[in-house]
Design a protein. Sequence first.
Length: 415
Amino acid sequence: MKPVLLRLAGFTILPLLALVLPFLLLPVIARVVGAPGWSSITAGQAIGVFAATFILWSWNIAGPVAVARSRTPQERAATYSASMRSRLIIASVVLPVMSVLVIFVAHDGYRLDAVTMAWATALTGFSPAWFGIGIGQPRILAIFDTLPRFLAALLSAPLILATGQIWIYGVLSVVATVSALTSFQRRFGEKGSWFPKSPVAAYRELIAQAGTAGVNLTGSAYASSPVPIATSTVPTAADTAGFASADSIYRLGLFSIVALGNTFQGWALEHDALNPKRRHAIALTSHILLGVGGGLVLALLCPWISSVMFGEDVKADHLTSLFYGLSFLFLSASTPFIRNVLIPAGRQNTVLRWTAVSAVIGISLMVASGLSSNVPGVALGMAVSEAVLFVGLLIPAAGLLRAMPGESQKVGSTL
């Protein structure tokens, strides 16, 4: 377990430290802009998350495997550069569309803030974090992914307090991200231009990864939709401000699921593991425990946490917090099914099918609730979608887990 604990420390503690200041920056933003601005900025951030998933395509799932299987640094460089070329093609379409959508959703007077926040979030789709996961080096996440955002928050916090201009953080975050990507490309990528040498070849790469990318995109569509749906369908900004606060705390909590997934994915899938079933069981149990603990924190403490962080005016209500807690539980429990079992077994269509079903059900409930001004109902739609996905994936994943080799007598005697 020592290698696992070291990975857990690397993939959790270092990024967590970098998240401390951005976490503290949110209360500053909430108090500077008030309810309409808070709803607009969180909506822009949510749309940016979906754009980032689109740009990332399938590299967060396929990338670590490809890098881990590379035999030479040159092969790893070719894999990373191929990812940049394909992601640049996607970004050239996604970023303009995202900007228009954010302008439409945001309230008057806060469109620039919302758009810059969306850009800062969307560019995380270019993150090389998956590369560090593939080669088992958490420091890559710290240096080239979290540290730039940490510095952007550190520099922008006093400027926002002094000027009241929220767009400063978005602009500084974009500059920091581009600078980090340039540095990473020079160290780990192929020499030459980032841009596709052959658009046809880059397009074929995108099509080849469409199945895995579809899982990412469909899941992100409904995962990122609650705040934009609530903001665009509920007429009063004050009614959605508390909802936006609950959503922000929920998304900060999602970092723990990602970190735990990064920790166990490579370990559970090592081709020379003596007891794969035991490793998968440990990963699944860890995710369930995290889901229960995180879900309880959201359900019971989110209103109090939001009032302390963002102020009483944008405090989350108890019912919305409960539904977000349920979403956290089911999302955490289904993560190892997707990342460690079904996708590696080539069952992308199964994951995509159930993700699409859950997304249609969830988004339909969210829109219906928003149009009837039932703000907690939007969060309920999110929880229902995550529950449907978990139940749908449970049977096929359990079948694959049962078919895995168990612990041999020799191995069992040494544990």
